[in-house]
Design a protein around this ligand. Sequence first.
Ligand SMILES: CC(C)(COP(=O)(O)OP(=O)(O)OC[C@H]1O[C@@H](n2cnc3c(N)ncnc32)[C@H](O)[C@@H]1OP(=O)(O)O)[C@@H](O)C(=O)NCCC(=O)NCCS
Length: 374
Amino acid sequence: MSVVLSGTGLYVPSQSISNEELVASYNQYASLENQKHREDIVSGLREPLQVSSVEFIEKASGIKSRYVVDKLGVLDPHVMHPLIADRPDDIWSLQCEMGVLAAKQALAQAHVSAAEVDAVIVSCSNLQRAYPAIAIEIQKALEIEGYAFDMNVACSSATFGIHTAMGSIESGQAKTILMINPEVCSGHLQWKDRDCHFIFGDVCTAVVIQARSECKPAAKAFEIVSTKLKTDFSSNIRNNFGFLNRCDPETVHSRDKTFRQQGRKVFKEIVPMVVELLGQQLQDNGLTAQQVKRYWLHQANINMNQLIMRKLLGKSATQEEACVILDEFANTSSAGSIIAFHRFREDFGVNDVGVLCSFGAGYSLGSLLLRCVS
Ligand SMILES: CC(C)(COP(=O)(O)OP(=O)(O)OC[C@H]1O[C@@H](n2cnc3c(N)ncnc32)[C@H](O)[C@@H]1OP(=O)(O)O)[C@@H](O)C(=O)NCCC(=O)NCCS
């Protein structure tokens, strides 16, 4: 059975933080902390916090800014995290609200009404509550029949979500599925750590996945020619936040309850895994890397993407071949490659082929080989 992606949507928060603003706030925080612990620092009991730098961030990652749901809290050196008011149970949650906005765009692009949707999958790195599922809340908000569920495969949540939707369509369980990625990365990022404070941004993407027979003639559709998934356990990107945290009061607020990573190790270990996975997928489908019009790669680090492309193509990739959005959005976890696909596919003609690929925590890697069919 042929399954297509027939629409995408993107919700972008209205507030953005430049590297200059971020570094100024972090350096103020570091200075306040160093003053507070001056005696211990002088007596050698404590290392002073080092300053952050715009030049380092841009050179090491390619990130220039990020969107966030709350800028004031993040930039306040006395707060250093987003301030997001708790909502009563009868008000749509933040992730539901973001999801609905992205989903409406994706449905409009696919020329599909909510009544035609059979299932909703919310797939993202961090869910704001344990239950009920955010997906079921979005299903209710959009008045969709059928079923909904949440899943989490960290940075590969979107590609694994599309793979899961495709399986449900192939099995006959559904004909049209909405897959949504509400990534509130600012909530789990440790803004007080200069090694990672620049990495993430907030956003929500949505994708409509359909049996090709259901796809509307007016939609620009991409057939999923193949999916390839790979996981390999690693603690190099890890967040120990979870429902058991309060069971050990001594460590409930310790550093490991927010995002942390061994960035250099992640870089070194993931690049060859991605190159191998993509190489194998292309070979299995009788394609060379050069026959792919565009790579919509995971958006974590510009140097990483450039190296992957050099290894695949044997030369540096252009923006047309491997588009970059992380300069504007930073790493938005699972949403990154979907934003790239959302923004850069209008120039595709029938039979042009592209690869949408994610990689990150788990480790988890997911790749979709896509062919434009209308
Ligand atoms: C995170 C990342 C940008 C860091 O870049 P890097 O070149 O590996 O830099 P390092 O962490 O080795 O740090 C290099 C030096 O800069 C310093 N540094 C770190 N953050 C800094 C900052 N904000 N400002 C200035 N200096 C900084 C480090 O302390 C280190 O100093 P040292 O050499 O004295 O020890 C990069 O490793 C990366 O993106 N890796 C891939 C991660 C990934 O894809 N993760 C998926 C996440 S979901």
